[in-house]
Design a binder for this molecule. Structure first.
Ligand code: AMP
Ligand code: FE
Ligand code: FE
Ligand code: ZN
Length: 284
């Protein structure tokens, strides 16, 4: 039973339309797929309407947030599953984050312009079918010939962490995020917690506090985790009684990992579903 609990569609920075994504998941032989676009549930209805027979869709979203550790603000992602998408407080927070993402992407384009780099906001906006992010700015930079690849755009010389054209996001802190998810009947899973290649990561003491604040699980098996990171996370999850998930973080052809590249156990999936009260999985 192949269960993949983290994927992105064109509703955020994935390359497949939601309909296409669930069709591919069916063809790939998945039993369960979660759609977890950045800060939005906009793709869920289209995915549900196109769901192949026998495939189960878990509605979700990947929420951008931060945690303050001493002088440092660390960005992190929390996967929210099976919450009520209409619950007004959480819905308003997602909308607010998306609004700020537009302002921030425009600001990155302005900074590039000011240095004579011709990236057009209109093109970035066209490339983004939903939640706007750095991948859309990066793709426009590649198209304009400023950089040879997405990876180059995400480097320290451009819009990567510490780069001259990088602009931070305005987003809720992790404590508010966990509370919003819980209050909307959802279950939260810390996405790629130890993915050090993405930037600064938190230590186990933050995860312990998150567990006390209602975190349900840890995404242990993720393409950006090496064996040692997975081992440490699995041990921590056992200590804190958190369930563990494995997921591809599929984004379409822009990233190497295919659907089902990492998977979640049936037991963990069942624990997730029985904990949630905001929504139920959708069966095709
Ligand atoms: P943002 O949330 O707008 O700061 O953009 C972060 C997103 O960029 C992440 O969710 C990744 O999916 C994507 N990303 C990060 N690094 C790369 C990369 N080297 N190539 C393509 N996409 C990337
Ligand atoms: Fe992404
Ligand atoms: Fe993420
Ligand atoms: Zn993701």
């Amino acid at each position: 039973m192949t269960i993949d609990l983290h994927t992105h569609s064109t509703a955020s920075d994935g390359l497949d339309a939601p309909q296409e994504l669930v069709r591919r998941a069916g063809t790939a032989g998945l039993a369960v797929v979660a759609l977890t676009d950045h800060d939005t549930t906009a793709g869920i209805d289209a995915a549900a309407a196109a769901l192949p027979r026998g495939l189960v869709l878990v509605p979700g979203a990947e929420i951008s947030c931060y945690v303050q550790v001493d002088e440092r603000r660390i960005a992190l992602h929390v996967l929210a599953y099976l919450f009520d998408p209409a619950e007004p407080t959480f819905a308003a927070e997602r909308a607010e984050v998306r609004r700020h993402r537009v302002t921030r992407a425009r600001r990155m384009v302005e900074l590039l312009h000011a240095d004579g780099h011709p990236v057009r906001w209109e093109r970035v906006s066209e490339l983004a079918g939903g939640t706007v992010g750095r991948p859309h700015v990066a793709a426009a930079m590649v198209e304009a010939g400023l950089v040879p690849s997405m990876d180059a755009a995400f480097s320290r010389s451009w819009i990567g962490p510490g780069g001259p054209y990088h602009v931070g996001k305005q987003q809720p802190d992790v404590w508010r995020t966990l509370e919003l998810i819980r209050a909307a009947g959802g279950v939260s899973v810390f996405a790629h917690p130890y993915a050090s290649r993405r930037g600064v990561t938190v230590g186990p003491e933050v995860i312990e506090r998150m567990a006390a604040a209602g975190l349900g699980g840890l995404e242990v098996d993720h393409p950006d985790h090496d064996d040692d990171e997975r081992r440490r996370l699995r041990a921590l999850a056992a200590d804190l009684d958190l369930f563990t998930t494995g997921s591809s973080d599929y984004h379409g052809a822009s990233k190497p990992q295919g659907l089902g590249a990492e998977t979640t156990s049936r037991a963990a999936y069942e624990r997730l579903v029985t904990t949630a009260t905001g929504a139920t999985p959708i069966t095709g």
